[in-house]
Design a protein around this ligand. Structure first.
Ligand code: CO
Length: 227
């Protein structure tokens, strides 16, 4: 008895349901994909791109790794971005972090998870870069929340600085880069920072995005104390 039997049964039922709804479903989908979106998200099993966005197969191109990082020497992620922008001509790149990210929490708690510590060094570097802000927070939970947001802002900047995006914008191709964070507790996506479309220098966007985090926090605190 194969332990994957249940999954094969699920797959068979799913395939049959699709064909029942639309007899041409797979023949049309097999011919081409034309997604308008690229999702760069965390590998976390609770954060599934298609499901959260309510999109069908063929509608979103996906790259996932632990803590949704865009590392400028990671051939895997760079190839996904290049293929998405130059071949598929996607219009929107979304870097999607999520609150409660295990990778981010491990960095905040300075907890070792093994080999992946080397990968999470990129998040640790971000924590060091923003140490002043993070040290001023009351708890590790608050620090994790903020580091999830800071990480998204940093990764959006990394996407903007890839050769692919620089070249695309130089040629006048329309592609926007957005920072989002997903709430595991409510299933909702929120914008983080300012989107980039190539009309403004990445460094300027980056500064604006960081600034956007501060007032929101103090506003929330004020609102809370009023009610
Ligand atoms: Co995660």
């Amino acid at each position: 008895m194969c332990s994957l039997d249940g999954l094969f049964a699920n797959n068979k039922a799913w395939s049959a349901q699709r064909v029942a709804d639309d007899p041409h479903y797979f023949t049309e989908l097999a011919q081409q994909q034309a997604p308008r979106y690229l999702w760069i998200g965390c590998s976390d099993s609770r954060v599934s791109a298609n499901e959260i966005l309510g999109l069908q197969p063929g509608e979103v191109f996906v790259h996932r790794n632990i803590a949704n990082l865009v590392v400028n020497s990671d051939l895997n992620c760079l190839s996904v971005i290049q293929f998405a922008v130059e071949v598929l001509k996607i219009e929107h790149i979304m870097v999607v972090g999520h609150y409660g990210c295990g990778g981010v929490q491990a960095v905040v708690a300075q907890r070792s998870v093994g080999l992946a510590d080397n990968w999470l060094r990129h998040v640790e570097d971000i924590a060091h870069k923003h140490a002043e802000q993070l040290d001023g927070m009351k708890s590790d939970a608050e620090r994790s929340t903020r580091l999830c947001e800071l990480n998204v802002i940093e990764q959006v900047a990394n996407v903007c600085r890839t050769t692919t995006l620089r070249r695309a914008w130089h040629k006048g191709q329309r592609v926007e880069v957005h920072g989002l964070v997903y709430g595991l507790a409510d299933g909702l996506l929120r914008r983080v920072g300012v989107s980039a479309n190539g009309t403004q220098a990445w460094a300027e966007r980056y500064r604006e995005s960081l600034q956007s985090l501060h007032p929101r926090n103090s506003f929330e605190e004020k609102t809370r104390s009023r009610f």
